[in-house]
Design a protein around this ligand. Sequence first.
Ligand code: DX5
Ligand code: ZN
Length: 217
Amino acid sequence: MRVRIDPSILAADFANLQSEIGRISTADLVHVDVMDNHFVPNLTLGLPVVESLQKVSPLPLDLHLMISDADRWAPVYAETGAYSVTFHAEAAADVVATARKLREIGARAGLAVKPGTDIDPYLELLPEFDMLLIMTVEPGFGGQSFMAEMMPKLSRASEAVKKSGLDVWLQVDGGISEKTIEIAAEAGADTFVAGSAVFGAENAAGQITLLRELAAK
Ligand code: DX5
Ligand code: ZN
């Protein structure tokens, strides 16, 4: 299985984002959490910062949009040239139309679900997506505890992806660390977001390598 480690810059020093990205050279992608204080009770960064990161990041950007009115905004974020744009099912009126727009613009299309949202209704739409994100914390904040009770949902998604034969990535986000990554890998995740576990480490690049080894076991 190909393992992807995707550090979340939510746990990085926001005054020095370019050099913080320099600390994670062993990563596959850079996870960027966009929050609007409406869909989630927190505010992080928006288009101008994403545009600037897009210019300086040697790694592809994986945007996680925790914002309302995803139908309108997800394509605008894709226009920045981001490699991947993930929007929440709960925030979109038409998930298929939005995913198609993202792909037309040239971004990978990701669909995220909060812990309380069922994934099953979306599994028949797999051909429309390049990635599913199963949240393992309530979206909004870094540093929360991993919700192991999401593993059955992740396993169902993993079985559906295998059955489809499609190359849809399965991402987990929230509370991923050296203590939890194996549980998520076992349940079928292949793409792992880690914020505090990576940026909180003195040697962030080494920590990524360790996480990758644990997930690949
Ligand atoms: C939470 C964000 C996550 C967060 C993860 O809403 O979507 O990406 O940064 O942080 P950790 O890894 O610290 O749980
Ligand atoms: Zn995230």
